[in-house]
Design a protein around this ligand. Structure first.
Ligand SMILES: Nc1ncnc2c1ncn2[C@@H]1O[C@H](COP(=O)(O)OP(=O)(O)O)[C@@H](O)[C@H]1O
Ligand SMILES: [Mg+2]
Length: 197
């Protein structure tokens, strides 16, 4: 799997934060992997993500696997999760008519954006079958994370991917072991999705 063969090309990239750039690499065979490259000065976060992702992946199947770790190059290679981020899933169904999904690929002001706030307010109130199924999938994934004593610390909808039945949690650079993860994460999960684990 690593180093990537010569025919691997960057299919797309994300720069949601200042800490890292994330690339989707696609091989000639169509196989996809994620390469997260941390900026200088963020070694601590990178180590946290590496350790937490490995720990969680060894216990529950709802996170990416660490395929390679190259600390000197500040690179972490992760398995690709198929599906749609919950951000886009919700904006597509509950966003206003003028919502353009591609605007949110590299997007910094998620917490303060009115379009996002309105869409998630509608999602929280929604009682349709597909919205309830997703809310239950989010609850189940966070619950299993909390049951193994792990706090995610960054439960916004850019960090969860839905494949239509299961929710996968990504981006563990704010994760930490905790004695009371459900209580600590409760406010954020309520605020975004209206759920408690
Ligand atoms: N394993 C993965 N599978 C699929 N997409 C991913 C994966 N890891 C990251 N991504 C995509 O890259 C984006 C940024 O990755 P993330 O780890 O959240 O970095 P950041 O720390 O910059 O928020 C995610 O919002 C998601 O769209
Ligand atoms: Mg993220």
């Amino acid at each position: 799997m690593w180093p990537m063969p010569d025919d691997a090309a960057v299919a797309t990239s994300w720069t949601n934060g200042l800490r890292a750039t994330v690339h989707l690499l696609e091989k000639g065979s169509g196989e996809k992997v994620i390469l997260k490259v941390y900026r200088p000065g963020f070694m601590g976060l990178m180590l946290r993500e590496y350790v937490a992702t490995r720990y969680v992946a060894s216990r529950i199947p709802i996170v990416p696997k660490v395929l390679a770790f190259r600390p000197l190059k500040r690179e972490l290679c992760l398995s690709y999760i198929h599906g749609q981020r919950v951000l886009e899933w919700v904006l597509e169904r509950f966003g206003g008519r003028n919502t353009v999904l591609s605007d949110f690929q590299n997007f910094h002001g998620l917490d303060t954006n009115a379009q996002v706030a309105e869409a998630f307010s509608r999602f929280r109130d929604a009682t349709s079958e597909d919205a309830c199924r997703l809310k239950e999938a989010i609850r189940a994934s966070y619950s299993s994370l909390h049951q193994i004593g792990m706090l995610h610390g960054s439960s916004d909808p850019r960090n969860i991917i839905y494949d239509g039945s299961r929710v996968f949690i990504i981006d563990f650079d704010h994760a930490r072991p905790s004695l009371a993860p459900a209580r600590i994460e409760r406010r954020s999960l309520m605020r975004w999705y209206g759920i408690a684990t």
